[in-house]
Write a protein that binds this ligand. Structure first.
Ligand SMILES: *Cc1c(COP(=O)(O)O)cnc(C)c1O
Length: 321
């Protein structure tokens, strides 16, 4: 595999831990958790692994400013702001929503980390991002665009090497289950599985997209990422495993299933999930265990992708605890 420029700032390898109490509480298969909520960059999460490669590319391009976009409680934006601060770059975040009277959760941290915020609406997001980039360029700020969710071929490389890391830790679970949205995590994992020889199943629980859309996105990104890394292999939609049965009330809406999953992980294992991504994926995992989807003899690894700062967002805090 081609070696790409990488800035090493994540705390790696992240631990793999057993979750015996949660497994017993659910009467399910053996459960493991990969702690990517502990990647070390300003409260961590999966975007940190992608940013090791994206920030190296920004630096190689001579960037002075990084620009990205996301939801008001975006973990990706918070980790990008932290990475920019760490390497002395400016950071502009284009966020979808209305500026709240008081910032909370990830948005509070964005401000603390020194990011400038441009507010937009969902229909105007792409245009607002382009205008923000062009303006920064005209102002001589040498901007570098970090894609939505850090999910392009460069960002996905973070999860190709994460799969290598898991294999080197000696973990060989039958299943890997995690939240999937912009697809970079899943694309990286499937490429890593192919390159480094993991033969278990990689099941993304969709957070916001129908199954066909997410399968296509992951297969296309995985194919492009493999090619980019000098390992040309094509991935078809049919070999990407996505379950989109747990979309609940839509992106960012925490329902009873997410609340139950967050509570079960907290009270059985002392592990904090988040209301948007890992809470939803864990709700899916719990339902799949209860409905007998996994064999009792199998081992299932939940890849914790982070996000707990959103627990402290006003919108979620009020209905938790
Ligand atoms: C961004 C994010 C995801 C989704 O990862 P993708 O690579 O975009 O599919 C999952 N969990 C958390 C906590 C995230 O912030």
């Amino acid at each position: 595999m081609k070696t790409l420029p990488r800035l090493k700032f994540a705390h790696l390898p992240t631990p793999v831990e057993a979750m015996p109490r949660l497994s017993a509480a659910l009467g399910g298969p053996a459960l493991l958790v990969k702690r990517d909520d502990q990647t070390g960059l300003a409260l961590g999460g999966n975007k940190t692994r992608k940013l090791e490669f994206l920030m190296a590319e920004a630096q190689a391009n001579g960037a002075h400013t990084v620009i990205t976009a996301g939801a008001i409680q975006s973990n990706h934006c918070r980790q990008t702001a932290a990475a920019a601060a760490r390497f002395g770059l400016g950071c502009i975040l284009v966020l979808v929503g209305d500026p709240p009277a008081a910032a909370s959760g990830n948005l509070l941290l964005d401000g603390l980390l020194g990011a400038e915020i441009v507010w937009t609406t969902r229909p105007q997001r792409d245009q607002a991002l382009k205008e923000t980039f062009d303006k920064a360029w005209e102002q001589g700020r040498r901007p570098y665009l970090v894609p939505y969710g850090g999910s392009n071929t460069t960002g996905a490389a973070g999860y190709v090497v994460a799969m290598q890391e898991l294999i080197e830790q000696g973990a060989r679970p039958d299943w890997i289950v995690f939240p999937s949205s912009s697809g970079g995590t899943q694309a990286g994992l499937v490429v890593g599985a192919r390159v480094f020889g993991y033969s278990g199943k990689i099941l993304g629980i969709s957070v916001d997209e129908p199954e066909t859309v997410l399968c296509q996105r992951v297969a296309a990104l995985a194919t492009a990422a493999a090619d980019f890394l000098g390992e040309p292999v094509a991935f078809s939609d049919a070999e990407i495993l996505v379950n989109a049965s747990y979309l609940g009330g839509g992106y960012g809406v925490m329902g009873d299933a997410e609340r139950e999953a967050i509570t079960l992980f907290a009270r059985n294992e002392g592990i904090l999930l988040d209301p948007v991504y890992t809470g939803r994926a864990a709700a899916g995992l719990i339902d799949l265990i209860r409905t007998g989807y996994f064999k009792h003899s199998e081992t299932v690894l939940f890849w914790h992708t982070g996000g707990a700062p959103a627990l402290f967002a006003d919108r979620y805090r009020e209905t938790l605890g």
